[in-house]
Every structure is written in structure tokens, then in C-alpha cells.
Ligand binder design. Structure first.
Ligand SMILES: [Zn+2]
Length: 437
């Protein structure tokens, strides 16, 4: 299939610092970009992410955003108990950055969209005002994303009715009030737990990683109520997952002893699953919850009466540990952006990793659903790996590319996208009859 859509992401501060016209003209002329989206609800993450400093921003060397702010003007009628926060920074507040991007993109005939990124509630505010909606581990601790517990991050529980209402509000707000073609999201799902390392000589084995899911989310009241309503024995789940979480974290002398036996045994992922019925039931309960969330969001977009595509943006190597089963959840999406950036390893092995992830997504999608391959157009990638990534996209039945991210891109990397498209004949214009001399 032709790689018809070449998308690129922009942040509100990119638009402020470089100007929407300049950024879009660079992307279109160098990398054939014909689709631009705003990271419209952005989490707390230093930009640029991988390089220490921006390669081409004329105003600032780097930027540290506020936590989980919306960069459009939210419509209050779409929200209930929880509504999005907007920026307090002087240079950003008061401007509808999504409209700025849409105006620039439409003037160039581009597709356009908005991303709801990893987290949707400021963690400090959530801990203060909405602690009841936050994910809890089996010990009752608030579950965060990405960082250590001490960083005080916080994830809302996707089974909480107030959180569901908020998410539906975000998607319907964007689809109802803006001329966009797609809403993309890489919302963090259930906390996937983490293996603290212990004494693994070669990193945790697969059963140890699966065991660590027992230390993730969620055990909030909303999850307990929902599980009981589905006929599950929640007390048995709490008991069994609690035991597994103590094994994972080596809490208590009996559990430490048992863990040491397991570490020296020929134990496996399948043994763990077959042995622990309640743990397996809990994993399936999380999967049903996430699949239902996808269906709810898809229905919310449809309810606006506008034809707005739901695009899921992957973010994890093992999404099933967060409750996301591609085959089930992707029934409810229109397209998937596989956000692998392994091209930034600068090696053929990195490109092979990307190809494998694309194959996994393509296998889970129907013929009418689009697969968009992300490319890391940043300094750690090389022009060679980027051209190889275009080949990986062609090999795996993709429908487009999506560049991450303009703020950290170099011109040479952007040029490599255009060159890779020509080298691997990624678009219909390369499939024509030769003109006679
Ligand atoms: Zn919960």
C-alpha cells in the first residue's frame, strides 16, 4: 500500500517560537509532510526528550512543560467534575494553539489532528483534589507513570466513572469544536508494575516481568466494584495478587524465601499463569476494561456526528502488561501509530525492532484500518536507519509515516524521509509507466 499520509507533531511552544508557517513549510518541503497534529494535551516531559538542547529553536535551548495541560481552549460544557487545565505560562496562555495549527495546516491542504498524550491530569492537583480517582496498587499506594514513587506522579483509574466522563469530554470537545481529521492518543493505561532488578545477572526474565505486573494497578474502589459486578471474587484476587506483589518486591521473610526458590527454579511465564487463577482473572479483567474504554471513546467521537478518526499511538514494548490487548482493543480504532523510535539506535538491529513492532500491529488490524509508522527524525538516528525505517514501513503493510518530533529533528534527518520514500518507492508516483524518449 502507498504511504499516503506523512504526519508530523508540533508543540504549542514550537508554534510560538518558530511560527506555524515556518515549521510546516520546513516539514512539507523536506519530508513530504501532508498531515500535522498538535500534541494538545501534553504531559510533564523535558523537551527535546533525547538531545540535551533544541537543534533549531531560535528562542530557547530547551523547555520544561507544566504537567498535563491542554493547549486548546476547552469547552466547559463538555466536562463534569474533572476539566482540563490550561497553561499558566505567559507566552502560551490565552492562545488557542490548536486553532493556530489548524489554520496553518488547512492553508496548505494538509490533514490535521490533535493528540491526547500520556497523562491527562496534573499529578499535584490530582493528589490534592481527586485522590479518589487515582490508580492504587494492591497495597493502596497511588500508582504513577514512568518515574519512581518519590516523583509523586499519579495515574487516574480508567475504570473510575468521573475519569471516563472526563475522557469522553476531551474527545468530544476536540471533535465537536475543531476542524480536525483525527484524535490521536497514547494515554497511559493500567500501571504495569516494575521489576526492581534484584540480582538478575542478565535482566529480569519474562516470568519475573510478568510477576511484577502484580505491583501495578489497579485496586481502587471503582475497580473492585466493577469486578464484583462482573461476578469476580475480588477478595481472592486481592489475596493472590497481593502475594505475587510481595514475591515481586521481596516483602517479608517467607516471600523472600519463596522468591529465592523460584529464582533458582526452572519456572516460566506459563507456569505463573496456570498456577494463579485469580491473577489470570485479574489480567483478563484489566483487558476487558481497556477494550471497553476504546469502545467508549470511539462511540463518543461518533456521537459528535463528525467523521473524526480515532488513532491509537502505542507507547510500550509490552502493552498487554498495561491491560492493552491489540487484537481486542484495535477493533475500535481507525488507525494505529506505532511509535517505535528504535531507528535512533542508529543500527540495523534497531530498524529490525521497528519492523517487528509494525508486523505485530498490522497482524492485529483489519484491512480497512490504517497503520502509520513513527520515525525518530532526531540526531541519534542516521539517514541510513531512517531510509531503512521507510523500507520497514513498506515491508509491513503501512499506510503512512509519522515523524517524531519536529522540535528535535535535524534537516538531514528530515531529508532522509523524502529520500527513503523515493528509494523504497513508497508512494504511487513512483509506480508509473516510464515516459518514452
Ligand atoms: Zn481502579
Amino acid at each position: 500500500m502507498p504511504l499516503n499520509e506523512i504526519a508530523a507533531s508540533l508543540y504549542a511552544w514550537d508554534l510560538h517560537d518558530e511560527g506555524v508557517d515556518h515549521a510546516l513549510d520546513v516539514l512539507a518541503s523536506r519530508a513530504e509532510v501532508n498531515s500535522a497534529y498538535l500534541v494538545g494535551l501534553m504531559h510533564k516531559e523535558k523537551r527535546p526528550l533525547h538531545a540535551r538542547f533544541y537543534p533549531h529553536n531560535p528562542v530557547r535551548r530547551y523547555y520544561t512543560p507544566e504537567d498535563s495541560r491542554a493547549y486548546w481552549i476547552p469547552d466547559p460544557s463538555k466536562y463534569g467534575r474533572i476539566a482540563p487545565m490550561t497553561s499558566d505560562r505567559d507566552f502560551l496562555k490565552g492562545t488557542d494553539w490548536l486553532q493556530v495549527l489548524i489554520d496553518g495546516a488547512r492553508a496548505r491542504g494538509m490533514r490535521t489532528g490533535c493528540e491526547v498524550s500520556h497523562t491527562v491530569i496534573d499529578a499535584a492537583l490530582a493528589r490534592e483534589q481527586f485522590s479518589d480517582v487515582l490508580q492504587r496498587d494492591v497495597f493502596g499506594n497511588i500508582v504513577g507513570a514512568f518515574e519512581a514513587v518519590e516523583a509523586q506522579r499519579a495515574l487516574p483509574c480508567l475504570n473510575n466513572p468521573d475519569v471516563r466522563e472526563y475522557l469522553v469530554g476531551l474527545f468530544t470537545d476536540l471533535a465537536s469544536n475543531y476542524d480536525i481529521d483525527y484524535v490521536q492518543t497514547c494515554l497511559v493505561m493500567f500501571g504495569a508494575g516494575r521489576d526492581d532488578g534484584g540480582t538478575h545477572a542478565f535482566g529480569p526474565s519474562s516470568w519475573q516481568q510478568l510477576l511484577s505486573v502484580a505491583t501495578g494497578g489497579c485496586f481502587c474502589n471503582a475497580c473492585g466494584d466493577k469486578a464484583r459486578a462482573e461476578g469476580l471474587d475480588w477478595n481472592a484476587i486481592v489475596d493472590e495478587v497481593g502475594h505475587l506483589a510481595r514475591l515481586s518486591k521481596r516483602i517479608g521473610l517467607e516471600e523472600l524465601h519463596e522468591r529465592q526458590l523460584l529464582d533458582e527454579a526452572n519456572y516460566s511465564e506459563s507456569t505463573l499463569l496456570i498456577e494463579n487463577d485469580a491473577f489470570t482473572a485479574w489480567l483478563q479483567f484489566r483487558k476487558r476494561s481497556i477494550t471497553e474504554l476504546f469502545a467508549t471513546v470511539k462511540a463518543a467521537l461518533a456521537s459528535t456526528g463528525r467523521d473524526v478518526e480515532l488513532r491509537y499511538n502505542t507507547y510500550m514494548a509490552s502493552p498487554e502488561r498495561a491491560g492493552l490487548d491489540f487484537k481486542a482493543a484495535f477493533q475500535h480504532v481507525d488507525s494505529v501509530r506505532e511509535s517505535d523510535y528504535s531507528d535512533q539506535l542508529g543500527t540495523p538491529e534497531g530498524v529490525a525492532t521497528k519492523r517487528a513492532k509494525l508486523m505485530k500491529c498490522r497482524r492485529a488490524l483489519r484491512e480497512d484500518q490504517k497503520l502509520i509508522a513513527a520515525l525518530g527524525v532526531r540526531p541519534n538516528a542516521t539517514p541510513e536507519t531512517l531510509r531503512g525505517s521507510v523500507k520497514a514501513a513498506v515491508d509491513s503493510g503501512c499506510d503512512g509515516l509519522s515523524l517524531g518530533h519536529y522540535d528535535g529533528a535535524t534537516m538531514e534527518r528530515l531529508d532522509a524521509v523524502r529520500e527513503g520514500l523515493r528509494e523504497w518507492e513508497g508512494q504511487e508516483r513512483y509506480w508509473q509507466v516510464l515516459a518514452e524518449d
